[in-house]
Design a protein around this ligand. Sequence first.
Ligand code: UDP
Length: 313
Amino acid sequence: MTILITGGAGFIGSHLTQLHLERGDDVYVIDNLITGSLRNLETVANHPHFQCINADITQYDFSSLPSFDTIYHLASPASPIQYKKYPVETLLCNSFGTYRLLEFMKSSGSKRFLFTSTSEIYGDPLVHPQPESYWGNVNTLGPRACYDESKRFGEAICSTYVRKYNLDVRMARLFNTYGPNMEKNDGRVVSNFIVQALEQKPITIYGDGTQTRSFCYVSDTVDGIYKLATTEGLKGEVINIGNPDERTMIELATIIKKITLSSSEIVFQELDADDPKKRKPDIAHAKAKLGWEPKVALSEGLTATISYFKTLI
Ligand code: UDP
């Protein structure tokens, strides 16, 4: 199989790259490295079936590339800190970038396309847990809109290309994911808390810490993405990929402190605008259509992630 992964140098993309190389596929990665890192691809850099193209999908001329069995579109800043730093790039890679990739799929005769959408399309949800049928509650003007609205546009154009051109496009709504290859400074809660705990610095909870998230270990997320891309008969489907194990940020800080044996104090800081109060995936569709559910418990995944961060500190 010949596979294209945009954002393949990123946190999740690098694990997906590894998985396809292990399966014996030819893997092309396109990444502009604004939030991804070549360090994540060090172990595969010289692999004979691997090619990395340092380019921006909103500008790159795809015409020299072959036809692909699967195009995975993961390229986008994904941490709130990063997409607030790169709001225009985020808007464009999920909208214009997705359009350009779908056009390339059409002209090259590539067979399948998987767009990684996000739980952020549900915004600050009024339905809990969130099933795929929920349309969401998003502030189109707020600081998260560059990510939320461009991912919503991405879903809209993907489903349009299914209807209008009969292309085999699928969409994964990824919920919070954590694990090795997260950037130390990307600002996500898991990396922040782990780095702070390991460095014996204050653990920063934004707001009162009662907001919730449901954290999925990266091997489970990648397994879900892969199953969505490879299961037959899922053209046009959108499926939540996430772990329904819902935790408050206070709980998360407490667990990380315990595993790291850290003496860091917990401090409370101002909460950003539009921070969702709770988030938990309804994964009934993933179970029924992909035979997928997460396997890695939070304590197990955090222990592995902490070991990874110890190598960076
Ligand atoms: N958060 C926190 N401290 C941090 C970083 C994040 O309390 O140092 C909170 C943040 O306000 C949010 C949750 O943790 O409520 C998850 O934040 P993250 O940036 O990981 O992703 P989000 O789910 O908001 O996209």
